[in-house]
Write a protein that binds this ligand. Sequence first.
Ligand code: ADP
Ligand code: MG
Length: 429
Amino acid sequence: MDKYCKLQKIGEGSFGKAILVKSREDYKQYVIKEINISRMSSKEREESRREVEVLANMKHPNIVLYRESFEENGSLYIVMDYCEGGDLYKRINAQKGVLFPEDQILDWFVQICLALKHVHDRKILHRDIKSQNIFLTKDGIIQLGDFGIARVLNSTLELSQTCIGTPYYLSPEICENKRYNNKSDIWALGCVLYEMCTLKHAFEAGSMKNLVLKIISGSFPPVSLHYSYDLRSLLSHLFKRNPRERPSVNSILEKSFIAKRIEKFLTPELIAEEFSHRAFHKYGAHPVPAKRPAQGQIFVSPAPAQKITKPAAKYGVPLTHKKVVEMPKKVHEKKPPSRYKQAQQTPLKKVNPGEERRKMFEELARRRRLECHEKEKKKREQINLLKQEHMKRQEKERMERINRAREQGWRSVLSCGGSGEVKAKGTAC
Ligand code: ADP
Ligand code: MG
């Protein structure tokens, strides 16, 4: 710890303290996670060390970079990069009710998916995906953090069944005491996507019991229609109650509205590295060699990465498109006559002047009625607006109370074993 100078404690998590430090060597700021392992059994201690090894192997632009770890005075210290932009939870709360544009949401979401892909492809579960564990660098890049409780997928059952995590992100299968699996991470990913779209939690309740009931029922308030069908439909898939029906992170990344954003965040070399030939061919218009590399041969494949940067592959434009446009029109293909021409061809009817005057008065009366109607509508709209503002203010106050309770209360609920009424201060719902 001598290498670092403590600046401040930035939080107390479920597994220990998070401290902001400054290195005495490179004078850069880092975050150190301090985990007390003195009261752990030797088995648990060994597990913590293994987790740190897992963390040390994670190198990805969208994953918080692990620097080093050491043990001192009965504590395990994990040094990682400091994300100056804070976490997504704080970023969402800073919106004060103003929804994010869809482009922003999808740019963040694809980066979270890329990080999770890196994790799942290595048969590791994150197990604590939540907006508070998703960070922003000072350049606005997303980084998934906190693998403190990630477990290797193939590890013993009992570990995978431990109920840890923030209750809002618990999946139906965990609520039903079933095994945690990669699709439980996907459920939590859905919760984060929902939070980005609505600035609220998908499943919220005043008590743990009601929360669990809501999660199991799988019903959540709809997101604004202002977001695309693609986005809303993806959300409903992430929230499938049956884990098998939820998409894997790889199939999420194959969806065209998500896939087209990947190259904004990964270099062609990294895309080639991250996307195996199995999954990769879906991203470009060009087929990927079906042959696997010969044994012992290192598979360095810059070719597909270069291909994906070609505009045709990038936007999925068929290369034959231009030729089709330039084809001469076929002579036998006659255009149907336009409406205007049709009207010109129809002879005009003769009208008598008395009839016309009557119609004019009728038209005037109709317009007056319309104006009156419009005025009344405007008045009603103004009243509604006032009502909505009042409701928004009330909702904001309610959210602030919930947020305060979230920070203070849930940990105590969890530490009590995760059932019963919430004892958060100030929760009124
Ligand atoms: P939790 O169990 O709630 O995730 P943590 O100990 O992980 O608690 O984090 C506590 C606080 O420290 C949170 O507010 C989080 O945003 C912040 N934090 C954790 N890691 C980092 C980091 N690498 N960079 C910036 N802030 C961090
Ligand atoms: Mg955390």
